[in-house]
Design a protein around this ligand. Structure first.
Ligand SMILES: Nc1nc2c(c(=O)[nH]1)N[C@H]1C(S)=C(S)[C@@H](COP(=O)(O)OP(=O)(O)OC[C@H]3O[C@@H](n4cnc5c(=O)[nH]c(N)nc54)[C@H](O)[C@@H]3O)O[C@H]1N2
Ligand SMILES: Nc1nc2c(c(=O)[nH]1)N[C@H]1C(S)=C(S)[C@@H](COP(=O)(O)OP(=O)(O)OC[C@H]3O[C@@H](n4cnc5c(=O)[nH]c(N)nc54)[C@H](O)[C@@H]3O)O[C@H]1N2
Ligand SMILES: [Mo]
Length: 836
């Protein structure tokens, strides 16, 4: 049920390994640079480490990291790396185990003041005793349905210390609990695509860039901004994909490839490539694609042979296109234009262009993080099937090329495993009670607030029913729940029902502010670890040297959970009696053995540790879905029929109101450009992934914030037209609001944004003026404003991008930003000792 991305990728690496290794390179031909490599004398010592935003060398002088520079192999390092020093040294570090004052006094009855940020400092023993007694109590008073162990998010890289694994293993030793299904990234996509293309697609390796650059004639980035989003990766990122974008840019300039970005916004990718932009009204891509499909169908441009050989259900779909439906609406380009804003003539032109050329569609993920987010992916797959190029070199469809250097071919080498998240075989939890009293043990990840507000409600979810458990205690590690989940004020109301919340982090995020017990983890730079270099390319293995000892009272997640396990006498079982370095070495040695079997020689551990890395040569270029195209019987898709399902009997059979047997255009709960509620809140708020950081990570960095904030606040990007209409100038402080919430942000006027479209990057730290519902957010977290509904009864995934707002000039004295700098430390009497 809890399949981590790492495990997905492990599977991919293993299955590719057998044929992706070029025979030439089989015998011990491992690239390894000379030792040291920093080429810099200077004081102190250079050490090696990595992050989601790249591998780096760090200069450590007298126990302090003073300089960070990118690993020489990384030819396209990101400015996010400049925030790494502040990860260690920012004022927002969690320094000590802290307990919320009101909870300390009143325990379970203290929900109302959650968020007032008043905490008292305690020692580690007391803090862990409190956590342990709470998880004991919840099992005795209620049972497993009452404990929610939060889904792990973008925890730091490092396979030994991967903090989610530590929490899951230790908690699994203790008791059963409520877990989650799906993720915030691709919840709708990963649910719909197995019905349509037979696999989740979103985390799959894609056709190699070498092949795309050679074969593709028309390349469409549909709601995708790879130049922005490839700055980070799930494992330590190599940034190798950028080299291909340099070539692509050249080919665009030479008119060798026609690139079109379908996006309401002129994206960073569009501006980098200087390619065409195709504007579309937000949230209306399905109508747009239906118009294209209608043209292909009416003009006979669809690939009949492909559809007959590789797909099922085209007839049901054309009946919908033709208007042989109850509503009698034919999905003509003119019909599409009235919704999506793209002129009918242009829709026809695009259909003809795509049909006449080798066309590769590349979808990003934001387009499925909206109400009915399943539909654009299904519709995209149908478009690709009609074009008949799926499985051809440089043609077809992909849902992952903007992510973690997908498209850089896999080396074929194996990557190290991780600290185990599961119990060792044959063991059981200390509390063996697995009676959930009729509640579901697993909740769709973004529905965890519904569970508190609508206890016991039965919802549909991907063909079955989920009964929402009104859990009482929640535990979070390696995620920032109060960044990623939608609708802060709704969360505040829901959290009043919780008896106890525990957060483990190195950063005093809003998740800590709204917790009761906060445990200080150390950062990845205060422990020894090992990581895969390249999430899909499997370029190598890197050492993550401990740069400095854990600051303040912080400890590694491994040490924290070992200590927790001592309280049930299972610490030896937990650690398998191995220390941190023994784990790191054994993960390396297992990997070394596996690769030796494949013909990749890796140096002994000590040599690797000294050098800092091992690199593997590039693998063979590869075409996604080529095997299916070659033989659809032998290499049948994982769909019920084995073919591409344009119509899904299975989904139709569920009888859902918002996900039918084939994709359809459905109006949204709220939508700009004359859609519902646009009279009251005329601006579409998209909360795209930040160009300037990884979600909420490095938002704590003053060095980084200085490069992008306005008046110390997160920017809201808006068009010159919208700004002018509201008397707003660049650099003004503005209030962004709707019926759900309000925030302060700095106006950044940009011609990249069309009228009616505004952006606040996700991950901005939530800093309310107080704990009360409706309080103004002083920094600019877009989830103060977003809508918290499931995409549909199928995926129940987040719909963050279905959101309307209004903006006005902020007048009066602006409240100080409260997001950063940690808790207000008080004594047991409530007297303020430190903090803001
Ligand atoms: N409005 C809106 N909301 C969104 C999105 C959107 O597009 N719009 N996107 C969604 C998506 S796709 C995602 S993936 C989520 C991301 O949501 P998250 O994964 O929750 O985001 P991060 O900010 O990366 O949070 C990771 C947290 O883990 C902590 N951490 C890092 N390393 C360690 C460690 O070693 N130990 C411990 N204990 N903690 C550690 C970090 O300090 C940080 O607080 O956000 C979702 N939310
Ligand atoms: N720098 C950086 N890179 C990241 C991350 C990060 O935090 N920072 N996070 C990583 C993670 S966890 C994830 S899940 C991915 C997220 O990857 P995505 O979800 O694909 O990324 P976004 O930047 O949110 O959106 C991509 C584009 O979609 C467009 N878009 C939004 N809605 C619509 C629509 O209705 N129609 C059309 N046509 N276009 C639309 C936006 O304008 C934007 O240009 O990024 C990864 N990469
Ligand atoms: Mo994500």
């Amino acid at each position: 049920m809890k399949i981590s991305r790492r495990r997905f990728m492990g599977g991919i690496a293993a299955s590719l390994g057998s044929f992706a290794i070029p025979p030439l390179l089989r015998n011990g031909n491992v690239v390894r640079a000379a030792q040291g490599g920093s080429g810099d004398a200077g004081p102190g010592r250079w050490r090696f480490s990595g992050a989601h935003w790249g591998a780096f060398r760090a200069r450590v002088v007298a126990g302090r990291v003073v300089e960070i520079k990118p690993f020489e192999f990384d030819k396209h390092p990101t400015p996010i790396l400049d925030g790494t020093l502040d990860v260690l040294y920012s004022a927002s570090r969690v320094r000590y185990p802290m307990v919320r004052l009101d909870w300390y006094r009143k325990r379970g009855q203290s929900g109302g003041l959650r968020g007032d940020n008043r905490f008292i400092r305690v020692g580690w023993d007391e803090a862990l005793d409190l956590v342990y007694s709470e998880v004991e109590r919840v099992q005795k008073d209620y049972g497993p349905w009452a404990l929610h162990v939060g889904n792990v998010g973008w925890r730091s890289v490092g396979l030994m210390h991967s903090c989610g694994n530590h929490m899951l293993r230790a908690m699994g030793m203790h008791s059963y609990s409520v877990g989650t299904a799906g993720d915030y990234s691709t919840g709708a996509g990963q649910t719909i695509l197995p019905y349509v293309l037979g696999s989740t697609e979103v985390y799959s390796q894609g056709t190699s860039w070498d092949i795309i650059l050679k074969e593709t004639q028309v390349l469409v980035f549909w709601a995708s901004d790879p130049i922005k989003n490839l700055q980070v990766g799930w494992n330590t990122e190599t940034h190798e994909a950028y080299a291909y974008f340099e070539q692509l840019k050249q080919k665009v300039a030479n008119n060798e490839i026609q690139v079109i970005c379908v996006d309401p916004v002129k994206s960073k990718t569009r501006n980098y490539l200087e390619c065409e932009q195709q504007y579309v009204n937000p949230l209306t891509d399905v109508a747009f694609m239906l118009g294209i499909a209608h043209t292909l169908w009416k003009e006979g441009l669809h690939d009949k042979k492909f559809l007959e050989t590789y797909a099922v259900g085209f007839d049901e779909f054309t009946a919908y296109l033709d208007g042989k439906t109850e509503d009698k609406i034919e999905r003509t380009p003119e019909w599409a234009e009235s919704i999506c804003g793209v002129p009918a003539a242009r829709i026809r032109e695009l259909a003809r262009l795509m049909a006449a050329h080798r066309t590769q569609l590349m979808f990003g993920w934001a387009i499925q993080r909206q109400q009915h987010g399943e539909q654009p992916y299904w519709m995209g797959a149908i478009l690709a099937a009609m074009l008949g190029q799926i499985g051809l070199p440089g043609g077809g469809i992909s849902f992952s090329h903007h992510y973690s250097s997908v498209g850089v071919s896999s080396s074929g080498a194996s990557m190290p495993g991780a600290f185990p998240l599961n119990l060792d075989t044959g063991r059981t939890p200390r509390h063996e009670n697995s009676d959930y009293q009729g509640y579901s043990a697993v909740v769709p990840v973004s529905r965890v607030i519904d569970a508190l507000l609508e206890p016991g409600k039965e919802i549909n979810f991907n063909g079955h029913k989920v009964k929402l458990p009104p859990y009482k205690v929640a535990l979070f590690s390696g995620c920032n729940q109060w960044h990623r989940q939608q609708d802060r004020n709704r969360m505040k109301a829901a959290y009043q029902k919780l008896e106890t919340v525990v957060a483990i982090d190195y950063n005093w995020t809003a998740t800590c502010r709204f917790a009761d017990i906060v445990l200080p983890a150390c950062t990845p730079y205060e422990r020894n670890d090992i990581d895969a270099y390249g999430s899909y390319s499997n370029r190598g293995v890197i050492a993550m040297h401990k740069l400095v000892d854990p600051l303040y009272h912080s400890r590694s997640d491994f040490d924290i959970w070992t200590d927790f396990c001592k309280r049930m006498q299972r610490n030896v079982e937990y650690t398998r009696n191995m220390s941190e370095m023994q784990w790191v070495e054994s993960l390396y040695e297992d990997c070394r053995k596996e690769n030796a079997g494949k013909g990749y020689a890796m140096p002994p551990f000590a040599e690797f540790w000294e050098t800092g890395y091992v690199l593997f040569p590039e693998g063979q270029p590869w075409v996604r879905h080529a095997d299916f195209r070659e033989d659809p019987e032998v290499n049948a898709l994982g769909t019920p029929s084995g073919f591409i399902e344009i119509y899904s009997r299975k989904i139709a059979g569920f009888g859902y109101r918002d996900c039918k047997g084939h994709p359809v255009w459905m109006e949204k709960a709220e939508r700009s450009h004359n859609g519902p509620h646009s009279d009251k809140y005329p601006l579409w708020l998209q909360s795209a992934h930040p160009d300037t950081r990884l979600h909420s990570q490095t938002c704590e960095s003053p060095t980084r914030r200085a490069t992008y904030t306005i008046q110390g606040r997160e920017p809201v990007y808006l068009s010159p037209e919208d700004a002018k209409r509201r008397g707003i100038r660049h650099g003004d402080l503005v209030r962004v609001f709707n019926g759900r919430g309000q925030l302060l942000a700095g106006a950044s006027i940009s011609a990249n944004f069309p009228p009616g479209v505004v952006r606040i990057q996700e991950g901005a730290w939530y800093g309310p003026t107080g704990p009360e519902i409706g309080a103004l957010d002083t920094y600019g977290d877009p989830n103060t404003l977003t809508l918290d509904i499931g995409t549909s009864e199928l995926a129940q995934a987040p719909s963050a991008n279905t959101c309307l707002v209004e903006i006005e000039l902020f007048q009066g004295a602006a409240p100080a930003v409260t997001a950063f700098g940690g808790p207000i430390e008080v004594d047991i009497g409530g007297k303020v000792l430190a903090g803001h």
